[in-house]
Design a protein around this ligand. Structure first.
Ligand code: GDP
Length: 432
């Protein structure tokens, strides 16, 4: 989702304008005295589109002096945002500071919009014309307090922002799409037959081609699910040569076509490289995931303990996956699959509002800042959940964040907001 940064001197009415743009959809986080929350990001909606609004805070002169700190703020805004909105107090006109900022912004390749605020009545309109001299194009007269013309300003903002990219995952309607994957002989066909009822399996098949049914519709827990690419599972095709290659190709195809994968593991056997490869495919494809430990009827006490140890070692990469212990043979616990699928899909579709995300993140980062790299302390400026399916966070930073620290953020994010059963991506956008 595109990012708009709002910059301006203190008292030009920036916060009021930000509230006006947000339509107070998202409560503005109160500043805590003594804590500098110098950048806050929110979700904004206009004309059916969504963007992230970053309030860069007031420009207080620091040790380097007002001009320098203002210029630094403007640089930051330009580097992290897709467009910048400069707010000026029309009743005061362009000050030396405004001119200094404009000079910085004019160098930017990003679109810059100019809002002349506090135009509460028409007599001030003539004065706004003088703001053309800042070289930032047409000044947009607004009154944040009274809402005057903010609609026109928002239209201009949307025109300047890039289209938001499409959300990930396949676009679907109808039954949710499930891939049933796992190494050969783990029990995929057995489970599919158990779930659909052996006799009804042919009736439930969806014709892909006339010869080869591709998907199977299966009713679980009062809901119809589309198990994708199940042709091979039904027909027990054996590829004499290159069996492994075809099996992995089929797995990949099924995962790509699905929203959620049931990864079948053989509970009676140690977890293998092959199992981990399948899991990796699911995570890399960004699909929701349910781990089903099959053949549970064969698991004894010793094996159960061994499995706990394996989980601690080998599967730590998906500690967030939904887990169920089943037996395709006896039917044990297979009815637990549908609730697990629903949980995983709900997480896959979940979105945390930007205001809530940043309130949480600024506390987390204040308590545990990113590790210093080559003598520099990278700063996390703000974050937004840029997408769902799978949930994807984008952190805007002043420096590279180590993988360990990104995992720490992911772990804390899950602790705070849930997301069981879904991968979560943490991307970093570093200002150059
Ligand atoms: P696929 O290659 O993953 O489709 O595996 P199959 O469904 O063909 O199963 C392979 C073998 O495991 C068959 O002999 C099944 O009868 C057996 N099997 C599948 N599920 C279970 C189970 O839950 N318990 C036991 N004991 N055997 C199972």
């Amino acid at each position: 989702q595109p990012v708009l940064a709002v910059v301006g001197r203190p008292n030009v009415g920036k916060s009021t304008l930000v509230n006006r743009i947000l339509g107070r959809r998202e409560a503005v986080v109160q500043d805590v005295p003594g804590v500098t929350r110098d950048r806050v990001a929110y979700d904004a909606y206009w004309g059916g589109r969504k963007f992230t609004l970053v309030d860069t805070g007031g420009w207080e002169p620091d040790a380097t002096g007002l001009q320098a700190s203002v210029a630094a703020q403007a640089e930051l805004a330009m580097q992290t945002a897709d467009a910048v909105l400069l707010v000026i107090d029309a009743t005061v006109g362009a000050t030396a500071t405004d001119e200094a900022v404009s000079k910085v912004l004019r160098r930017s390749k990003k679109p810059v919009l100019l809002a002349a605020n506090k135009v509460d009545d028409d007599r001030l309109l003539a004065d706004t014309a003088s703001l053309w001299s800042l070289g930032l194009g047409e000044p947009h007269p607004v009154s944040a307090l009274h809402g005057r013309s903010s609609g026109d300003l928002l239209d201009a903002i949307l025109k300047a922002l890039p289209e938001s990219p499409r959300e990930g995952g396949p676009v679907t309607s109808g039954p949710r799409r499930v891939a049933l994957v796992g190494k050969p002989n783990v029990g995929k066909s057995s489970l599919l037959n158990k779930l659909s009822g052996e006799e009804r399996s042919v009736v439930d098949s969806v014709a892909g081609t006339t010869v080869d049914p591709v998907d199977s519709l299966v009713e679980l827990d009062g809901e119809t699910w589309r198990f994708v690419d199940t042709a091979g599972l039904r027909k027990r095709v054996n590829f004499a040569a290159g069996a492994e290659y075809y099996a992995s190709l089929r797995t990949k195809t099924a995962i790509d076509a699905a929203e959620v994968a049931i990864v079948l593991l053989d509970a009676a056997e140690p977890i293998s490289e092959q199992d981990l490869r399948v899991l990796t495919m699911v995570v890399e494809a960004g699909r929701a995931c349910v781990l089903a430990f099959n053949k549970w009827d064969l698991v004894d006490e010793d094996r159960r303990h061994a499995m706990v140890r394996e989980l601690e070692r080998g599967l730590v990469r998906v500690p967030w996956a939904e887990k169920v212990n089943i037996s395709a043979l006896t039917g044990r616990s297979v009815r637990k699959l549908a609730p697990a699928l629903r949980t995983a899909l709900a997480s896959w579709d979940q979105r945390v509002p930007t205001g809530q995300l940043n309130a949480w993140l600024s506390d987390l980062i204040a308590a545990t800042p990113p590790p210093v790299r080559s003598g520099k302390q990278p700063k996390v400026l703000f974050a937004t959940q840029a997408g769902i399916r799978p949930p994807t966070l984008v952190l805007f930073t002043t420096g590279f964040l180590e993988a360990g620290y990104r995992r720490f953020i992911e772990r804390k994010f899950r602790e705070r907001f849930g997301f069981a059963g879904s991968p979560v991506r943490v991307n970093v956008r570093v200002r150059e």
